[in-house]
Design a protein around this ligand. Structure first.
Ligand code: NDP
Length: 387
């Protein structure tokens, strides 16, 4: 029986993971489920899956969680320290699906047990890719990508040498505003930015898809995870979202991963890896699909892609600055403090202010990542206040 934990169980990725595990109750022993604020969902799933422990990150959720778990043998806990303790419990497989840089340290704790970490939390790789990979190496742990594009690349690379790779092509749906005229974008509302044309995801990643900041994060994530050069990473707009990524090899072969937009494929692939098992995802009907279309992204319209290239070239702590500024800008947009196009302006300004302070020498530390993250958020708030 596989011992598994789900960090961020109450979110969109977490719920898809719960769904897959609940379908095969005899195959899994659930160690820990964690949530941020949603005690009702956390308690329901902890009972449904028979978890050992349920942890809610917000301290004030503890009483409610305890009440909901009364009469069961499931431990209830709350707060950041309890979350890190839960992430440290030994497992064979842990899903890292907390949103934002809050997911980094729990992921590191899980790796310290030599687990197989299914990594949906792309912010971890963007902020501290080298730290995460070094921790995995130190403890003989495995990291499996869960982002659909990176899972696609990983699958296309099975049995291949990374040295034979010429290029990696990441597809982007173009998000909610791909066909909007540029002059209309600044007045886009929160509700409009929160509706993805193809994927059903959490609100933050959906808005990041509209700005293409999600794609920018994925470029950095690919660079960190697959250790290819920045110029080997391409982005192409593919409105149908059926090809998730392609890998081009030096003999000219281009391997594409194709499938309907359903995160349960990438999650299930990571859950069953290295086996392939039956998954409850729709099978693609190629004839009904008809056409697949592609176009070049307009980098003037989406400065996030250019900023990602700068971050990949700079390396060091620039990913932590980029992510923190992006998260703060997104908070500013959600709070109605800045317009849609201002988000990229905020990130660019913060990156410029930190330009001389991103070198990490030979090794990155978690303390410095945290310090840079906090400082970049403070600077981003000051910049937002000037809008
Ligand atoms: P959601 O917002 O749907 O869920 C986020 C999860 O994190 C929830 O369980 C939430 O708890 C929890 N959480 C939020 N803040 C904290 C905190 N400070 N401490 C602890 N837990 C917290 O996000 P998604 O599921 O969409 O995304 C999760 C991660 O996966 C992100 O990094 C995202 O970029 C990545 N990803 C998502 C994809 C998708 O299809 N959704 C695709 C590819 C990658 P609660 O809800 O209880 O407050």
């Amino acid at each position: 029986m596989k011992r598994v934990s789900i960090l961020g169980a109450t979110g969109s990725i977490g719920q898809n993971t719960v769904d897959l595990i609940a379908r095969e109750p005899g195959d899994f022993h659930v160690v820990a489920l964690t949530g941020g604020r949603n005690t009702a969902r956390l308690a329901d799933d902890a009972i449904r899956l028979g978890a050992e422990v349920a942890v809610i990150a917000h301290e004030n959720g503890l009483d409610d969680l305890r009440t909901r778990l009364a009469g069961t043998s499931i431990e209830a806990a709350a707060g950041r320290a309890a979350l890190l303790d839960a992430a440290s419990r030994p497992t064979d497989w842990t899903m890292s699906a907390i949103v934002g840089s809050a997911g980094l340290e729990p992921g590191l704790r899980a790796l310290a047990n030599g687990t197989c970490l299914a990594l949906a939390n792309k912010e971890s790789l963007v902020c501290a890719g080298s730290l995460l990979l070094a921790e995995a190496g130190r403890h003989d742990a495995t990291i499996l990508p869960v982002d659909s594009e990176h899972s696609a690349i990983f699958q296309a690379l099975a049995g291949e040498e990374i040295a034979a790779v010429e290029r990696i092509v990441i597809t982007a749906s173009g998000g909610a505003f791909r066909d909007w005229p540029l002059e209309k974008l600044q007045s886009a509302t929160l509700a409009e930015a929160s509706a993805h044309p193809n994927w059903d995801m959490g609100q933050r990643i959906t808005i990041d898809s509209a700005t293409l900041f999600n794609k920018a994060m994925e470029m950095i994530e690919a660079r960190e995870f697959f250790r290819v050069r920045p110029e080997q990473i391409e982005v192409v707009i593919h409105p149908e979202s059926l090809i998730h990524a392609l890998v081009g090899f030096r003999d000219g072969a281009l391997m594409a991963h194709v499938g309907p937009p359903d995160m349960r494929h990438a999650i299930g692939y990571a859950l069953n890896w290295p086996e392939r098992r039956h998954l409850p995802v729709e099978r693609l009907d190629l004839v009904k699909t008809g056409q697949l279309t592609f176009r070049e992204p307009d980098e003037a319209r989406h400065p996030a892609l250019r900023l990602a290239r700068e971050v990949m070239e700079t390396g060091g702590y620039s990913g932590a600055v980029f992510n923190a500024a992006k998260e703060a800008a997104l908070d500013g947009f959600i709070a109605g403090q800045i317009g849609f196009l201002d988000m990229a302006g905020v990130v660019e300004t913060v990156l410029e202010r930190f330009a001389a302070r991103t070198d990490c020498g030979t090794s990155m530390t978690l303390e410095t990542v945290h310090a840079i993250d906090g400082e970049a958020r403070r600077v981003a708030s000051e910049v937002i206040a000037t809008f």
